[in-house]
Design a protein around this ligand. Structure first.
Ligand SMILES: C[S@@+](CC[C@H](N)C(=O)[O-])C[C@H]1O[C@@H](n2cnc3c(N)ncnc32)[C@H](O)[C@@H]1O
Length: 249
């Protein structure tokens, strides 16, 4: 069982379990309605992550659904309401190494709150696509871009794993190794992206057991390590650091 829980009691299940749950689509609500719902049920968080320069609308103990009964939540599980430690390390690395994204076409796969896409935008990526299956993630990504005064990326809700990566120079994966089936699909697809298009891939992961034990790890080169801030450690029982990896050339 993975150890990435949140203090949202009974809300976000352990990641592995949650990812196998039935996915319901977002109810048919207008973008305005979803924007209002997000604004009323999140708090702007500044400075409690590895990237204090990026502000994000996230769940905090001050938000209603931190303690509310989960069955009252109208959407799929809100992965986008958390800034995951893997995404934090990845975004920190991008901001500290702007040359990685400058002028590049970037795909942020599993973009969640959109932080890594924002980091890529801040570092002058030529084109950024934020891909997440959850349509609410697209809305929150646009809201978070407004907060940070950056133009929103193109948001895609189709499953892009397996697609032709020809248009992308760089694929970003923040905390995407939490489910075995997903990890295996990524492993096969990334192998193809690298072999056929020499796509650069950056992976942020806080040392989750599934990632550490997966065959993909043997192909990767360690790029950076970041000590997690105290508040992030508290929210992610036992995790103390987060890492960035790329494929060995
Ligand atoms: C653990 S969260 C990480 C979010 C973000 N990268 C971060 O680090 O804060 C994983 C995200 O991947 C998304 N996801 C899962 N499978 C996906 C797929 N096949 N394509 C795109 N997004 C996917 C989920 O909806 C979720 O938002």
């Amino acid at each position: 069982m993975l150890r990435c829980y949140r203090h949202v009691k009974g809300f976000l299940k352990p990641l592995a379990e949650t990812s196998r749950r039935r996915r319901t689509s977002a109810p048919c609500l207008s973008e305005d309605h979803i924007r209002r719902f997000i604004s009323e049920n999140t708090e702007v968080v500044v400075g409690r992550s590895l990237t204090p320069e990026i502000q994000l609308k996230l769940f905090t103990p001050n938000c209603r659904f931190w303690t509310e009964r989960p069955e009252l939540w109208p959407f799929t599980d809100p992965y986008w309401a958390i800034y995951w430690p893997g995404g934090q390390a990845l975004s920190r690395y991008i901001l500290d190494n702007p040359g990685v994204c400058r002028g590049r076409a970037v795909l942020d796969l599993g973009s969640g709150c959109g932080a890594s896409s924002i980091a890529a935008k801040l570092c002058y990526a030529a084109h950024v696509v934020a891909s997440d299956l959850d349509p609410v993630s697209a809305v929150v990504t646009r809201l978070n871009c407004e907060l940070n005064n950056v133009e929103p990326p193109v948001c895609v809700t189709d499953d892009m794993i397996g697609s032709d990566p020809a248009g992308f120079d760089l694929i970003l994966l923040g905390d995407m190794f939490y489910d075995e089936a997903l990890a295996n699909r990524l492993y096969r697809w990334l192998d193809r992206c690298i072999k056929t298009h020499c796509t650069k891939v950056l992976i942020g992961d806080p040392g989750r057991a599934l990632f550490e034990g997966h065959d993909i790890r043997k192909l990767l080169h360690h790029v950076a390590q970041y000590e997690l801030p105290e508040s992030v450690r508290e929210e992610n029982y036992g995790l103390i650091s987060s890492h960035v990896w790329c494929y060995q050339s």
